[in-house]
Ligand binder design. Sequence first.
Ligand SMILES: C[S@@+](CC[C@H](N)C(=O)[O-])C[C@H]1O[C@@H](n2cnc3c(N)ncnc32)[C@H](O)[C@@H]1O
Length: 256
Amino acid sequence: MFSPEGPTLRELAVQALSSVERGYDLLAPKFDHTPFRTPDAVLDSVEQALEPLGPFEDGLDLCCGTGAGTDVLAGLCRHSVTGVDFSAGMLDVARRRAASERLSPATEGPGVAWVRADARALPFTAAFDLVVSFGAFGHFLPRELPGLFAQVHSVLRPGGRFAFPVLAPPRPSSPAYWMLFGFDSVMRVRNALWRPPFVMYYGAFRLGDVLAELTRAGFTVDLQTLPEFGRRGDGSPRVRLVSARRADGATPPQAA
Ligand SMILES: C[S@@+](CC[C@H](N)C(=O)[O-])C[C@H]1O[C@@H](n2cnc3c(N)ncnc32)[C@H](O)[C@@H]1O
């Protein structure tokens, strides 16, 4: 699962006993060698799906980590790209990687900024027309989603989009289901016994609830199949893109 450059089991255990923010600070130097970084195949597919919905000017990568999604935005946005994350360590890696890529010849593109902030309290006005997020929703409890989506709504211009991929959850008959169920159970025990909590639950982000909360937050939501990932036995898509549009002139929603 991990390459030789990835974290050791001991390092992962120390990270998992920290807060989410501190855990990612510790993991940052090796994060790009873990399966937690969003794979390029998903990033490329999302970029392709979003391209016809543009042009976009100013993009925000929410919970950007080492910058996987900012690369997607760099291909879609003409004016600026911002990555926001609360881990200084992750932002540091992102900043250094982006700077080294800028030194290579084929790097004309929008300006990139890195901002350290909590996604639940974003320090922006309605300055973006595209917000993306990859691989981070497991870090939010279901009760935090209304506030999180209200924050995203507030930083989007009228007509702006909030887009992110969602994987079909594994079926209870599959080993993957029981592996993720086991992981979530261990995290629940860990969080009952240990402070600070490390919030990471695979089963907590349910598509039906997410779509309902986005609608409540003032978005019009579309679901698009990402065809590269195929379909499951019952014909349902393995990966879909949620594309939520802030209605023109909508009044900011009230967080619950
Ligand atoms: C699994 S990583 C994903 C990073 C990147 N988006 C990717 O796909 O490779 C999750 C990221 O979410 C960030 N994160 C989690 N909760 C956050 C919060 N409340 N505010 C800002 N960042 C947060 C973590 O610091 C971490 O960098």
